[in-house]
Design a binder for this molecule. Structure first.
Ligand SMILES: NC(=O)c1ccc[n+]([C@@H]2O[C@H](COP(=O)([O-])OP(=O)(O)OC[C@H]3O[C@@H](n4cnc5c(N)ncnc54)[C@H](OP(=O)(O)O)[C@@H]3O)[C@@H](O)[C@H]2O)c1
Length: 314
């Protein structure tokens, strides 16, 4: 099958012809139509799992995908041949990922029926970013009447986080450069602050002088987190996807600090399908390119400036 893989950590992702995986007991083989790109993909190609997983090479890249159930192994009960599904297909221990014609997932793994109103290229953009956003909003216990700042709001996770935080009734402040301020408001942000135009705290505190209740942050490093956290009121929560929070230091200041490690699940995907079909969550596909252009798409994502999701057509 056609796939995009790396022959070693640090190598340029390249098209390869690799064996089609066979579903074992409890496994589902999915013929992918689209793969969603996440920063995780180039981080793994760089060697993020080097010390934690014994990865075989070539390693097929990619976590997110959408396609059709092609074959099911023994004991699979939840999904059937021909069903349209989306999910997280990365299996680094076996060198398998979603940038390929076929991928495996366990019947009890992170796979679910696609939202009815979506096509494959949209559905492939959902799993990692939107399950992360949903979990972050819940982890922060965002609620009506609170004020929440989303840092990194214009990217894949951030756009879903803005919409899901706004649904709780909280007031949402989104970071956005000028070109994205209007989009952020249409997604539900009450206010925007431009991180390229000076200190975030100064901009936020100019309107919210008594502070804010929660920060959902997908970009900041430890130094930036410490600074931004100064805006939180006692009892506030800081959730970071970049593992930049020091929970003990936060606790000492009567704050709750959470380093979120995402794990898409079938349950989260089912909930996202319901939200999408109810019109409560939209996902913006910014770039759609052929699978063979994965290396260029990954390089572009690494360079920054995402304005939505990138999807590879398999
Ligand atoms: N721990 C987990 O489980 C988990 C799960 C999902 C994602 N993540 C991580 O979360 C991060 C974001 O993922 P993503 O998919 O949303 O990335 P993305 O789609 O590439 O978006 C990042 C966004 O952040 C903006 N940005 C960059 N620097 C900023 C700053 N200083 N202030 C405000 N906004 C800024 C970028 O726009 P500009 O460049 O124009 O500023 C871009 O729109 C990645 O590092 C990813 O690996 C972790």
């Amino acid at each position: 099958m056609r796939a995009i893989a790396v022959s070693e950590y640090g190598a340029t992702p390249a098209p390869m012809n690799l064996p089609r995986p066979e579903p074992g007991p409890g496994e589902i083989l999915v013929k992918l139509v689209a793969a969603g790109l996440n920063p995780l993909d180039w981080k793994i190609a760089d060697g993020m799992l080097k010390d934690s997983v014994d990865v075989p090479f070539p390693l097929i890249l990619g976590q997110d995908g959408a396609g059709v159930v092609d074959e099911v192994g023994e004991d699979v009960t939840r999904l059937r041949h021909g069903e349209q599904v989306y999910g997280a297909f990365l299996d680094a221990e076996r060198g398998l990922g979603s940038y390929a014609e076929y991928a495996l997932v366990r019947d009890d793994g992170p796979v679910a029926r696609m939202p009815e109103g979506m096509i494959y290229t949209q559905a492939a953009a959902v799993p990692t970013a939107s399950t992360t956003a949903l979990a972050m909003v819940e982890e922060a216990r965002v609620d009506t009447g609170q004020t929440v700042l989303v840092v990194g709001a214009t990217g894949g996770v951030g756009q879903s986080a803005v919409q899901l935080a706004a649904r709780t009734g909280a007031k949402v402040i989104a970071t956005a450069r000028d070109d994205m301020a209007g989009t952020m408001r249409r997604l539900g942000a009450d206010e925007t602050v431009d991180h390229s135009k000076g200190d975030l705290n100064r901009q936020v505190l100019a309107v919210h002088s008594d502070g804010i209740d929660a920060v959902l942050d997908v970009v900041s490093d430890t130094t930036a987190v410490e600074h931004i956290a100064q805006m939180l009121r006692p009892g506030g929560t800081y959730v970071s996807t970049t593992w930049a929070v020091n929970p003990d230091a936060m606790q000492a200041r009567e704050l709750r600090g959470v380093n979120y490690q995402g794990k898409p699940t079938a349950e989260l995907l089912d909930r996202l399908s319901d939200l999408i079909d109810a019109g409560a969550l939209r996902v913006r596909v910014e770039h759609e390119v052929p699978l063979e252009e994965a290396a260029e798409a990954l390089a572009a994502n690494r360079a920054g400036g995402a304005r939505g999701k990138t999807v590879l057509r398999v």
